[in-house]
Ligand binder design. Structure first.
Ligand code: CP
Length: 307
């Protein structure tokens, strides 16, 4: 029998992390980005990667990180596990926990799905994106900000677009850093979940939200946007494109903030949420963000197993 740890280090929501954990993960991600040794940290361990939704960055980031750390890897697609034939997520988690050291999972379902897999409490479960939150995206985003600006404290971010899982994680993460500001401009009906705003404010963060592009903040350090169709999902409202149209990051918006950098969680649709000249322009750090997903995935895997 494998020994039972006292309590697995799950990362299902950023609220699972203490402020110290969050800072440690960001600093470790920066160190890995700068070339800190990563080999053998997970040698002899096995990481499971279970994605029921499409992914280019996150799945590759965790898979590459696990392999670079010396772990073995088992990758499951949406049709591979017996949950498709009726086995419960609780039982699935109990079984996988006896064979795997970490499970990285992306689902389209509610947080209860990941909680059911995590109930076994001996194998860490890492949320690689759920319907409500994308915590490892926020870790990559903070790592990118820390590398670019030297500190996260006091940074001002203008977020333009849907208040989706990326926005939720960004709000919960930035709110832990004194003086950091997050100003959201979200289409009406597509705002940030109220529980996220409440939690971010409890952390002491400054989070503002409007459903138009009026009264923009005077100065910001970053303009951030996200795909209009998160994971390619369609929206029930047939007129949603009209609703989203004003929430586009073009050169005109960037010209308003001549010193600001541009961030995007990717994948991008040039001509929809962002103009090509912005995404591919000199102030875009979106592809640094993408690379930093692997460095922060390395930090998360090490943290999860206590390596
Ligand atoms: N940003 C992000 O999560 O990318 P993938 O969907 O490609 O993993």
């Amino acid at each position: 029998m494998r020994p039972e740890p006292d309590r697995a280090r799950h990362l299902i929501s950023l609220t699972d992390l203490s402020g110290e954990d969050l800072t440690e993960l960001v600093e470790r991600g920066c160190a890995v980005s700068a070339g800190a040794a990563t080999s053998s940290g997970l040698r002899g361990r096995v990481v499971g990667v279970y994605f029921t939704r499409t992914s280019t960055r996150t799945r590759t980031a965790f898979s590459a990180a696990a392999l670079r750390l010396g772990a073995g890897l088992i990758s499951y697609g949406p049709g591979d596990l017996q949950v498709n034939t009726g086995e419960t997520l609780h039982d699935t988690g109990r079984v996988l926990a006896r064979m795997l050291d970490v499970l990285v999972i992306r689902t389209a379902g509610p947080p209860e799905e990941m909680a059911a897999l995590a109930a076994q409490n001996r194998m860490p479960v890492i949320n690689a994106m759920s319907a409500d939150e994308h915590p490892t995206q926020a870790l990559a985003d903070l790592t990118t900000l820390r590398l670019r600006f030297g500190a996260i404290t006091g940074l001002r971010v203008l977020y333009v677009g849907e208040g989706n899982n990326t926005a939720a994680a960004l709000a919960l993460a930035l709110a832990r850093f004194p003086g950091a500001e997050l100003h959201l401009r979200t289409p009406p009906g597509y705002g940030l979940a109220e529980r996220v705003t409440r939690q971010a404010k409890e952390y002491g963060g400054l989070v503002t939200e409007r459903h138009d592009m009026d009264a923009l903040p005077g100065e910001v350090d970053v303009v951030y946007t996200t795909r209009w169709q998160t994971t390619g999902t369609t929206k029930p409202d047939p007129h949603w494109r009209d609703t989203f149209a004003p929430f586009h990051v073009g050169q005109q918006l960037m010209d308003r903030y001549p010193d600001a950098f541009f961030m995007h969680d990717l994948p991008a649709h040039r001509g929809e949420e962002v103009a090509a000249e912005v995404l591919d322009g000199p102030r875009s750090i979106a592809f640094d963000q993408a690379e930093n997903k692997m460095h922060s995935a390395t930090a998360v895997l090490e943290w999860a197993v206590g390596a």
